[in-house]
Write a protein that binds this ligand. Structure first.
Ligand SMILES: [Fe+2]
Length: 161
C-alpha cells in the first residue's frame, strides 16, 4: 500500500513521463519534416521508451493498490531549431526529468518507502545513460558542425534505427 504523498509524487512522475513521450514525438516530427530521417527515427524510438517508462510506473502503482490520475498534455513545443539546438533542448528536457526523479526520491526516502525506492533505481540509472548519450551527440554534432556534418550523423543514425 502506497502512502498518499508517495502516490501523489508517483502520479506527478507518470504524467511527466507521458509529457516526455509527447515531447519526443514532437521532436521526431520536427526532424522528419526537415529531412533528417535518422534523427527522426531515434527520437521516435525515445518516444516509445518514454511511453514504456510511464506504463512501468503505472503498473507499479496499480500493483500497490494506488490510483492513477492522468492530466492534460499541455504546451508541447514545436520549434526546435537546427539539430544542435534541437538536441540541446532534449538535454535540458532530460535534466528536468532527472530533477523530477530526484524530487520523487526525496519523498520516497522521507516516507521510508523502500519498495518504491528499489523500483526507482532503474529509472535513475537510465537517466544517467540517456543524458550521456545526448551529450555525446551534441559534442559530435558541434565537432562536425554544418549541413555536411548533420547529414553524416543523420545517415549514421538512420542505419542504426
Ligand atoms: Fe523516461
Amino acid at each position: 500500500m502506497l502512502k498518499k504523498r508517495v502516490e501523489e509524487a508517483l502520479n506527478a512522475q507518470i504524467n511527466a513521463e507521458i509529457w516526455s513521450a509527447y515531447f519526443f514525438l514532437a521532436i521526431s516530427l520536427h526532424f522528419a519534416e526537415n529531412g533528417y530521417p535518422g534523427f527522426a527515427a531515434r527520437m521516435r524510438h525515445q518516444h516509445g521508451e518514454e511511453h514504456q517508462h510511464a506504463l512501468k510506473l503505472i503498473d507499479y502503482v496499480i500493483e500497490q493498490g494506488g490510483k492513477i490520475e492522468l492530466q492534460d498534455i499541455l504546451d508541447i513545443p514545436s520549434d526546435f531549431g537546427d539539430p544542435i539546438e534541437s538536441f540541446e533542448q532534449v538535454l535540458v528536457h532530460l535534466m528536468r526529468i532527472t530533477d523530477s526523479f530526484d524530487t520523487l526520491l526525496g519523498v520516497v526516502c522521507d516516507e521510508k518507502d523502500w519498495a518504491t525506492r528499489a523500483v526507482l533505481d532503474w529509472f535513475v540509472l537510465n537517466q544517467v545513460k540517456e543524458e550521456a548519450e545526448i551529450s555525446q551527440m551534441i559534442t559530435s554534432l558541434k565537432r562536425m558542425s554544418g549541413e555536411n556534418g548533420f547529414y553524416i550523423m543523420d545517415a549514421d543514425l538512420a542505419k542504426k534505427c
